[in-house]
Design a protein around this ligand. Sequence first.
Ligand SMILES: O=P(O)(O)OC[C@H]1O[C@H](O)[C@H](O)[C@@H](O)[C@@H]1O
Length: 612
Amino acid sequence: MSSTTPDERLRTAIAKIEAAAAENRLTPASATNASRWLTESYLAEYVPDVLALVDADRFEELDRLFWEVIPFGTGGRRGLMADIGSATINNRTIGESAQGLAVYMQQATGKTSGVAVVTSDTRLRSHDFAKLTATTFAANGLKVYLFESPRATPELSFAVRHLKCDVGAMVSASHNPPSDNGFKAYWSTGGQVLPPHDKGIIDCVYQCQELATIDFDEAVAAGKIEIIGAEVDRAYIANVLAMSLSQARDIKAVFTPLHGVGETAVYRAAEAAGFEGVTIFEPQRAADGNFPNVPDQLPNPERPEVFAPAIEQARAEDAALVLASDPDADRLGIAVRNGEGEYVHVSGNRIGVLIADYILRKRKEAGTLSPEHYVVETLVTTPLIAKLAQAADVRAIDDLLVGFKYIGQTMDREGPDNFVFGAEESLGYLAGQYARDKDAAIAGLYILELAAELHAEGKTLLDRLDEIYVEHGYFTESQTSLVSEGPTGKAQIDALMQTFRDAPPAELAGITLSRARDYGTHEVRSLPDNARVEDLPQPQGDLVFFDSAPGERQISFAARPSGTEPKIKFYYFAQASCPNKDALTTAKTNLEATLTDFKTALTEWVKKVVDN
Ligand SMILES: O=P(O)(O)OC[C@H]1O[C@H](O)[C@H](O)[C@@H](O)[C@@H]1O
């Protein structure tokens, strides 16, 4: 039997952690965070697990679990699920997120109580995390509404407003793999928390000394937690349906929720609207956080592969399109049958173009648009949406950083009455005033209405895109990314961003780049000299654009670190004029080939930088 006292064991473990950090076997941040979990009394229940890793010299694993205090990224706190770790999603990081949000809200508003609404998607452990969030809120003096079962993120955003809450919480890692989970935090506006609140909440998380708790059943019995469902569902669906712009309902489509909550939102809205030709894809209908019947278990409708199983059913049913929502039903992707009977995956930018064009045309016809109305999109979303808005004589606000929260913020700044449509390339869309986060249900409603109208004219959504291109020019966009995980990955991404700033490419695949627009340093630089030419107005974010010289054919790309996944993303934009159908065919062929070469050249350039 060992005669070591618990204190000695802890001291030895901390000395080992410090030695490992000194030998670069552990990052300084991991050493600080892991030591904290060993020494702070309120983290005592996790001590045996941390000690076991230290005793076994598993420093790589410690690094994976503790390399950061998980931040509020583009869409809340998100990461790998594990039992311990400041860098992972676990009972501790979920509990402290809930407490940080409750305490910060009370500090910011001067309230001693408050009201909150909570739900989750269908991920592994999501339901338990939602209950933990509800009890933590209740123990901090908040009255809590908890959905009886998983619901969509946009319904949660709606519920915050509908139930007049101070805050809301959605437990979800959106479209990430089954290994991940997360915490999306909502403010009383119904939008996800923004600066400075996100930082204030994290400060409260840092200061969290003890997690307040209360027994779940007792809290329910005492009315501190109220279970909700049908009434809010009805109100949410009614608000979505109120945005309908057409009576056309004759269209055959297959919908898949990819094992997430989409049936409660997208399908329910389509059904209530009277789309009798929409069927659910049964193999991906059941709620299941392993996403077993989704190719590679990666439920992101941005991936064309995700559609393959449902396309089989669509073919058998002679359906015109397939719709898919991600696990928390805020994203909507589609695949559309073309003239040759093939189902074509449509990008988020193009879905945004189709919906923007549809809403603007319908509202123009109805005379419900004025120059005060506006359309909102992020900086990395196709400029064609802004062009459509301007052509319809409404304002285009197109200088937003990535994150739908900025679209929600713009709605409240500019006035929700004049908000027409918000879109981002990552399959995010919203119209109306009922929510402040993107909604796959309203996107599904509009896509089905538009498809039905076109079907009556013997056309498809793809035909409509071509008509738009002939009118406004051919626009094409694409994306690549480089995955770089953990602490070394983050350092690599930061170094790459720095190289884009200090020594950028001036030519790629024969295309000369003439300027850089750096939203990090707020300057425009000319290329190849990389000299500052003028200031770049707000917003401030880690994002750099590179543009080819203006001309008949324009190419740009942007680089930014993802705020939801360990990767750096590259966004490509190209446009060419094409006044008629023949010119469109030529523009498509030429521009797509040019873009392919351009992407290959950038990928090679990045590889060289990384290998050095
Ligand atoms: O590019 P990322 O930072 O990974 O974010 C990609 C997307 O993630 C989530 O879906 C957010 O809600 C979106 O607003 C964001 O556009």
